[in-house]
Design a protein around this ligand. Structure first.
Ligand code: C2E
Ligand code: CA
Ligand code: CA
Length: 751
């Protein structure tokens, strides 16, 4: 122990600085300040250019949302309309009831159907003559339409709605009614709220004749007003703007300029083509000039402030250092060891104190605040700082003689308790948690608590080693549901080690071809012949042990190794298909899984195309399975998928019906085949589940998608899917995934 102390003292002594060094440091600091100030300088011109670019981006982003939202509703309407070709007043209500499952996903208020003559039935039970409505008249003439904002005729609550309608054709090819949906204008409006320029920018949707259909951001525009007559005419300076904008609307083009809404503002206007080109709406995004000015100001002020601050810092720093150099360097150490927000020891100080203390038996604890980020979200940054300070007070006042604590950063604290009984230590932690909860309650933030990683430190263990263990324990405590604390000793070390082992083993396993492709055949739901298969990876270890993908795919997805594995599987399947072809065998399309990480990787489509070219395999024999989350998470993915499809590779939407699946995805046109997940198939036999499945399949089919059902295990599931005219079946009912040779045998018998 003495030895440790003396080496530390040596370290401290070595920190002594000479005045010469101080001068060098000063010169360096001045240089840095100069460079920083130059770098921070942004010219007004550049700023304006950047702002205008942002404006355009926001407008286009809004346009995309509008296009997707209305597009999805329109497609839904046209596909469901086909179900209404022979509907009568007796059957209409039952039909409409079935459609209700779509209302949430598509944010709808209702569906309604108008019979010739105008009598209208709706999903919320209303029956009303709407023959006076324009959409009814246009619908009966065979035209689709979207209305401006209407006062809802089917409820008494005066809500505002927009109505989209399409004509319905009877068996004789004549219009037999008008089918429509209504969305709540306000709800639609809210769904559009893309914040721009820190809430200072605003947008609106306008129709061809200038009516405001929705507005985003500050209340400058009012629903139902006319942009020309009610908004722009208010200010004389807009005379030219009106001409410009009218020209933009007439010619259906993009445009930008300056307009005046009390204050000078910039605008950008983009057209959005809706409903097969039947309707042209526009997004107008506006930002006040003041934003530009106010953005410039802080930068300028910032420049002054920064230089002033840095100047002061240099002076203080120089004095401080001189003082330190002359006096004692213990002060310097203190300065480097204190957390400025809490005045607590920082982790360096904590560890040093631990290092030099005589007795070390006890519990090393890392504490974090549960749902810490909520405080910032709910109560703001100041409250967050306050919470950290209060937490430190709670912790430091709970310390007993000879115990230590420190503040690592944010909500992370280190504690060292000398209790000898576990129960005592746990009680003290509970006590701290209760006080923290109470403080959070005062700040009106709920769901706050504390979580602890605990490590019983060994006497002769280095502090670094103990520190890394307590961190692992803390991470584990976060995931653990049963108690707010976790002991390092309880963590399943074997599991962590196993994963580490798999990671380390991966490169060699790949090189030594330990990964095998297994094939799970897909069968036609109509004549039960094999029509293709899915490639599934299996890891056969050198010792013969088989590892299932569930054990390593999630791990490899986390660490990025999946890219290599996916590519390996892709190449293996391409080669195998080619080999079968050369052997004169009949081959079927094989679908290969491609993970999110792989798809997001740079140039994946070129690499896959190159592999296919090298092997010499036609794209119709290769398909790719992607999950729905892939499409939701990344705007570029649509383009990547499109490039694959342009190459002739079919894309399957995997696991549809799990987690965040949305019926709206069916209309994205990013894929060719819909794979219904096992969880949906398991619902066969229950009425609601079957209804849902019925409409998913119907809608998928009407969108031109091919439907594959996955995880089919039972006769009755197969029968239902057969009756529904589902295309393919994959599941244990027909076959489990098979090793290559067994798959070959099965194919031979199939012929
Ligand atoms: P997945 O893509 O949804 O694959 C279907 C899984 O369901 C397979 O599990 C298959 O064996 C299983 N399955 C098929 N029919 C039935 C059935 O009737 N009943 C039941 N209970 N299960 C059935 P497996 O092979 O264990 O694969 C699990 C997951 O691992 C796959 O789910 C996929 O997400 C991933 N995976 C497998 N191979 C690869 C690969 O090469 N690359 C990537 N990125 N992921 C892969
Ligand atoms: Ca799959
Ligand atoms: Ca699947």
């Amino acid at each position: 122990m003495d030895e440790r102390k003396s080496t530390l003292r040596e370290k401290l002594n070595r920190k002594k600085t000479t005045p010469k060094k101080v001068l060098v440091v000063l010169a360096a600091l001045i240089g840095i300040v100069f460079v920083v100030l130059r770098g921070a300088y942004v010219s007004g011109d550049e700023m304006e250019k950047q702002l205008q670019q942002n404006l355009q981006d926001v407008a286009k982003q809004n346009a995309e949302i509008l296009y997707a939202r209305i597009g999805a509703q329109y497609k839904l309407l046209t596909s469901l309309a086909k179900e209404l070709d022979d509907v009568t007043e007796d059957t209409i209500e039952a039909k409409l009831e079935h459609f209700e499952i779509f209302m949430d996903d598509f944010h709808l208020k209702r569906f309604a159907f108008c019979f010739p003559g105008g009598m209208t039935y709706s999903t919320d039970g209303g029956v009303e003559d709407l023959s006076y409505r324009e959409f009814y008249k246009r619908g009966m003439e065979g035209a689709a339409s979207i209305t401006g904002i209407l006062t809802d005729a089917l409820t008494v609550d005066d809500t505002q709605v927009n109505v989209i309608t399409v004509p319905v054709y009877g068996g004789d090819g004549k219009v037999s009614g008008v089918f429509g949906l209504a969305y709540d204008t306000m709800a639609f409006n809210e769904s559009l709220q893309i914040e721009s320029f820190g809430g200072k920018g605003y947008s609106c949707i306008i129709s061809e004749d200038g009516e405001i259909m929705a507005q985003v951001g500050e209340d400058k525009f009012k629903l139902s007003q006319n942009i020309f007559d009610d908004v722009l005419k208010e200010d004389e300076r807009n005379e030219e703007v009106i001409v410009q904008l009218q020209e933009i609307l007439e010619q259906e083009k993009e445009g930008s300029g300056v307009l005046y809404l009390a204050e000078k503002s910039y605008y950008y206007c983009v057209p959005v083509n809706l409903m097969d080109g039947n309707v042209h709406w526009y997004i107008l995004t506006v930002i006040p000039d003041e934003v530009l000015v106010s953005r410039m100001r802080p930068i300028q002020i910032n420049q002054y402030e920064t230089s002033l601050l840095v100047g002061i810092l240099i002076a203080v720093g120089a004095m401080f250092m001189l003082f330190v150099v002359q006096d004692n360097n213990k002060e310097l150490m203190r300065y480097a060891y204190v957390d400025p927000l809490t005045q607590a020891a920082n982790s360096m100080k904590f560890c040093t104190d631990m290092e030099i203390r005589e007795k070390r038996e006890g519990y090393l604890i890392m504490m974090g605040i549960t749902n810490f980020s909520n405080i910032n979200i709910v109560a703001g940054e100041d409250a967050t700082d306050l919470m950290i300070q209060e937490t430190w007070k709670i912790i430091s006042s709970s310390l007993q003689k000879d115990e230590l604590a420190g503040h690592v950063r944010d909500d992370l604290f280190l504690l060292f308790f000398t209790d000898t009984k576990e129960q005592d230590m746990l009680e003290r932690m509970e006590n701290i948690s209760a006080k923290i909860k109470e403080k959070a309650r005062v700040l009106r933030v709920y769901g706050i608590g504390a979580e602890y990683g605990v490590y019983q430190i060994a006497e002769d263990e280095s502090i670094e080693s103990a520190y890394s263990k307590v961190r692992i324990a803390k991470d584990f405590a976060e995931k653990k549901a049963e108690t707010p604390y976790a002991f390092y000793s309880e963590i399943d070390r074997a599991k962590a080690q196993h994963e580490k082992h798999l990671e380390e083993r991966f490169p060699r396993a790949l090189a030594q071809e330990e990964f095998e492709v297994w094939y799970q055949p897909k069968y036609s739901a109509q004549d039960c012949t094999v029509v293709g298969s899915e490639a599934l990876v299996r890891w056969r270890r050198y010792n013969g042990e088989m590892i299932s993908p569930g054990e390593f795919i999630p791990l490899f997805e986390r660490n990025g190794m999946i890219m290599k594995l996916d590519e390996y599987m892709f190449r293996s399947v391409c080669r195998q298909q080619k080999r079968w072809l050369e052997e004169g065998k009949k081959i079927y399309p094989v679908s290969i899984n491609i993970s999110r990480a792989t798809l997001y990787g740079e140039g994946v489509e070129q690499r896959y195309a190159q592999i296919m070219e090298e092997v010499g395999i036609q794209p119709e024999y290769i398909q790719l399975e992607v999950t729905e989350t892939v499409i939701q998470g990344h705007s570029n993915v649509n383009k990547i998928l499109k490039r694959f499809r342009d190459m002739g590779i079919k894309i399957l939407m995997d696991d549809f019906g799990t987690g965040a699946s949305s019926l709206a995805t069916l209309s994205t046109q990013c894929f060719d085949i819909l794979k219904l997940d096992k969880s949906l198939i398991d619902h066969i036999g229950n009425k609601d589940g079957e209804t849902l499945l019925y409409y998913i399949i119907k809608m998928g089919q009407q969108m031109g998608l091919y439907i594959t059902a996955e995880g089919v295990e039972k006769e009755e599931q197969f029968a239902f899917l057969h009756n529904m005219k589902c295309d393919d079946i994959q599941g244990y009912y027909f076959s489990r995934p098979l090793p290559k040779t067994e798959y070959e045998t099965m194919l031979e018998n199939n012929e």
